[in-house]
Design a protein. Structure first.
Length: 220
């Protein structure tokens, strides 16, 4: 059994994943920067509702970022604490990988985004290559006009964006930006869990002492 934790942005999420049954439970919510107070009580509630004890867990996956500086630390600290206390495999997953994951089988190129505040997004393009479905360029931080300028052909835009940013991107990029409805574009903790389970099943794990968040710029 694997527990997934994501507090990379104000859109937080948790999920439970079983090798026998797949995704057992997932829960997403918008947090008013109260991740520290909200995360573990909601994990406890989800475990109880699913009939899962903490001793049933074998691994914990955590969103590494890009994301907010404080938010990323909350889930990562919780994941490391659980891994050390319960002897769980720790598996870090880049946030944009989880955003892009459910769109890997559609024909358009994909750009995954997460909100970065002040009219900016963190983003990366994804495509199939020798290493599988992976980011084909380094993660970047950009304004909406800069992101629009980087889109040269019809491209699916996946991920969390403010309504005003979605409208601006649609105007600036025109038909090159294919914007899904928010419910189909949101970052799902179940995807984070499934990626984490794949790594766990392959015998991978990360070192709690060295696993660190992915930041794209220094905090002011």
């Amino acid at each position: 059994m694997l527990l997934a934790l994501d507090t990379a942005t104000r859109l937080a999420g948790i999920a439970l994943y079983s090798g026998d049954h797949g995704l057992l439970a997932e829960y997403s919510w918008h947090s008013a920067n109260r991740h520290t107070a909200e995360l573990m009580p909601r994990v406890a509630q989800m475990l109880t509702q699913a009939g899962v004890a903490s001793t049933d867990l074998r691994a914990v996956a955590v969103a590494l970022g890009p994301g907010s500086f404080t938010g990323l630390r909350v889930a990562l600290a919780a994941a490391k604490g659980l891994a050390l206390a319960e002897n769980l495999a720790l598996l870090g997953v880049p946030t944009l990988d989880a955003v892009a994951y459910p769109h890997s089988r559609q024909p358009l190129p994909v750009i995954a985004v997460v909100q970065a505040g002040r009219g900016r997004v963190c983003w990366a393009p994804y495509e199939h290559g020798q290493a599988g479905w992976v980011a084909s360029a380094p993660y970047a931080l950009a304004t909406i006009p800069a992101l629009a300028a980087a889109i040269s052909r019809p491209t699916l835009i996946a991920g969390e964006m403010a309504p005003a940013d979605r409208e601006q991107l649609a105007v600036l990029a025109g038909g090159r930006a294919v914007l899904l409805p928010p419910a189909l574009s949101m970052r799902r903790p179940g995807c984070l869990a499934e990626i984490g389970w794949g790594r766990f099943a392959a015998g991978e794990r990360d070192d709690p002492a060295s696993l660190s968040p992915i930041y794209l710029h220094e905090p002011s």
